[in-house]
Every structure is written in structure tokens, then in C-alpha cells.
Design a protein around this ligand. Structure first.
Ligand code: HEM
Ligand code: HEM
Length: 186
């Protein structure tokens, strides 16, 4: 038995799965913090949860760039979408997830740069403070960062629902491509 690192037409490999499940956990942290802020207000507990928001968001941006590159490298090897409407919607759904995973943190990073206040994710100096605000860099995130993030959350909800439908109702082996044993006979 060998551990399959790269994807194969039958199932996703270890690297894709670490990115998929690792990012799923980090997204859960990101959204739980914001759901707590919206529902409970700014209590001390919420401030602790949300205090990591910008740094964790920047980390998610780095991870999604790596995931896109890894996806491109594996595009000819990974499991194909099914024929018909279900496969079509899965493809459009996954592409939209990618687009939002990229755009939502990107807009916020651009805003952090344009704010002139400086930005140090996890203490790493990324943008230094200039004291000068650049309105056209801050406006897009002010307008849609939160909104697009909630759209992403709704799409993730639909995605999880479809994974459950594949596993427990249709039972066509699609869910197992991300869930089954990652080892393969050598
Ligand atoms: C994929 C990563 C990210 C997700 C899923 C995400 C999600 C969210 C959500 C759901 C909200 C709440 C909107 C509301 O109050 O209705 C929010 C707000 C906010 N986020 Fe993010 N965020 C991400 C990345 C970032 C990054 C990288 C930064 C900073 C560099 C950032 C800074 C902010 C700020 C300052 C707010 C409050 C102002 C606003 O609503 O635009 N976020 N984010
Ligand atoms: C409990 C949470 C989740 C479950 C049960 C789940 C389940 C799955 C399954 C079974 C697949 C394989 C589908 C196929 O082969 O067509 C898949 C793929 C995928 N999932 Fe999830 N997922 C979850 C969370 C997430 C989250 C939070 C995101 C993004 C924000 C996401 C994005 C994707 C993408 C883009 C793919 C296509 C493969 C790839 O490029 O990585 N998933 N997911």
C-alpha cells in the first residue's frame, strides 16, 4: 500500500485532501467568529474569536492560491465531473467556490493596503503604515467583502448538502472521492 499524494481519476490524493479539509476547518473558524459577532454583538468572547479574523483571512488567501496551483497541476488527473446536469452544476458550483474563496480575502487585503494603517498578519509585517488612505482601494471591500462572504457561506451550505445527498441518497461514489481511504495498492 502506498499513500497517493497526487490526484487520480478515481479519487483525490493526500495534498488535495489536506487543502480541502484543512481549509474547511479554517473557514469554519472564520465564519463562526463572524456569526458570533453578528448575533451576540462585541462581547469579550466575540472579540477573542474575531481578533484573528484578518490574519486567518490572509492565511486562507495564501492557501487558496496554493490550492488553485495544485488544482491546475492535477487538472488532467483528478476525478472528472459526471455527465449531465448534476455534473454541470457541480462544476459551476466548485468554480464559484474558488472564485469567492479568492475574491473575498483579496478585496479585504486590498482594503487593508489602501487603509494606510499597515497590516501585520500573525505579526508578519506585510504592509507598513503610510497614514494615507486611498479611497478607490478601500471602497470595493467596504461595499461587498461581507456580502460576498455570506454568499460564500450559503454556497458552502449547499455544497455540504450535496455531499450528503451523494453519500446517503444517490450513493454513486462521488462523495467517497474526497472521503475514502487515500492509500492505494502499490
Ligand atoms: C476567506 C477569508 C475571509 C472570509 C470568509 C471573511 C468573512 C467575513 C465576514 C462573514 C464578515 C462579516 C460581514 C458582516 O458584518 O456582515 C467579514 C467582515 C470583515 N472582514 Fe473578513 N473575511 C475574510 C478575509 C478577511 C481578510 C483577509 C481581512 C483583512 C485583511 C478581513 C477583514 C474584515 C473586516 C475589517 C471586516 C469588517 C468590515 C466588513 O464587513 O467589511 N477579512 N469578513
Ligand atoms: C463538512 C464540510 C464539507 C464536506 C462534507 C465536503 C465534501 C466534499 C466532497 C465529497 C467533495 C468531492 C466532490 C467531487 O468529487 O465532485 C468535495 C470537493 C470540493 N469541495 Fe468540499 N466539502 C466540505 C467543505 C468545503 C468547503 C468549506 C469548501 C470551500 C470553501 C469546499 C470546496 C470544495 C471544492 C472546491 C471541491 C472540488 C475539489 C477541489 O478542488 O478541492 N468544500 N467536497
Amino acid at each position: 500500500m502506498t499513500i497517493q499524494l497526487r490526484d487520480t481519476p478515481e479519487r483525490y490524493g493526500l495534498v488535495t485532501r489536506i487543502l480541502h479539509w484543512g481549509m474547511a476547518i479554517i473557514f469554519a473558524w472564520q465564519f463562526l467568529g463572524m456569526i458570533a459577532r453578528v448575533t451576540l454583538g462585541r462581547t469579550p468572547l466575540v472579540s477573542t474569536l474575531v481578533g484573528t479574523h484578518s490574519s486567518v483571512g490572509a492565511l486562507l488567501f495564501v492557501l487558496v492560491v496554493l490550492r488553485i496551483l495544485w488544482g491546475l497541476l492535477n487538472s488532467l488527473r483528478r476525478p472528472a465531473y459526471q455527465q449531465g446536469l448534476l455534473g454541470f452544476f457541480a462544476k459551476v458550483g466548485h468554480w464559484t467556490l474558488y472564485a469567492l474563496m479568492f475574491i473575498v480575502p483579496l478585496l479585504a487585503l486590498v482594503r487593508a493596503y489602501g487603509s494606510g494603517r499597515g497590516f501585520q498578519p500573525f505579526g508578519i509585517p506585510l504592509f507598513s503604515a503610510t497614514g494615507e488612505q486611498i479611497a478607490w482601494l478601500t471602497a470595493p471591500a467596504n461595499a461587498v467583502h461581507g456580502l460576498l462572504a455570506w454568499v460564500l457561506l450559503a454556497l458552502i451550505g449547499g455544497h455540504i448538502l450535496m455531499a450528503l445527498v451523494h453519500r446517503y441518497i444517490i450513493r454513486d461514489g462521488v462523495a467517497e472521492r474526497m472521503l475514502s481511504d487515500v492509500r492505494q495498492a502499490a
